[in-house]
Design a protein around this ligand. Sequence first.
Ligand SMILES: [Mg+2]
Length: 116
Amino acid sequence: MDAEQKIIALRETVANFIKERQWGKYHLPKDLSMAIAIEASELMELFLWKQTSIQEVVQDPILKEKVADEIADILIYLLSLVNTLGFDLSNIVTKKMAKNRVKYPASEFQGNYEKR
Ligand SMILES: [Mg+2]
C-alpha cells in the first residue's frame, strides 16, 4: 500500500464511521473547521505552561499517547472536511507546497524563518 492508498483508506475509514452514525448532517464546513481548531487547542493544552522537550514527549508513554490521540483527532476532522468538500488531498498539499517553495526559497531561508 503506497502513501496515497493509505490516505484514501483513512478517508474511507472516517467517512464510514460518520455514515454508520448518520452524522453527515453535522459535518458542515463551519463545524468541521471549528472541530479542527478545538482539537488543535486540546493538543496545545497538553503543553500549556510547560517547557516540554521532544525527549519528554517521546519517553513518557502516557503523554505520548495523549499527544497521539489529539493528532489523530485533528486529522480525523481534517479528513472529514476533505471528504465533505471533495478535495484531492494529495493534489492540494502538492500545490500548496509549490506555493510555499516560492514564498520561502531554501536559498533565502537557511536556518531562519525570517527573510534576510
Ligand atoms: Mg481530542
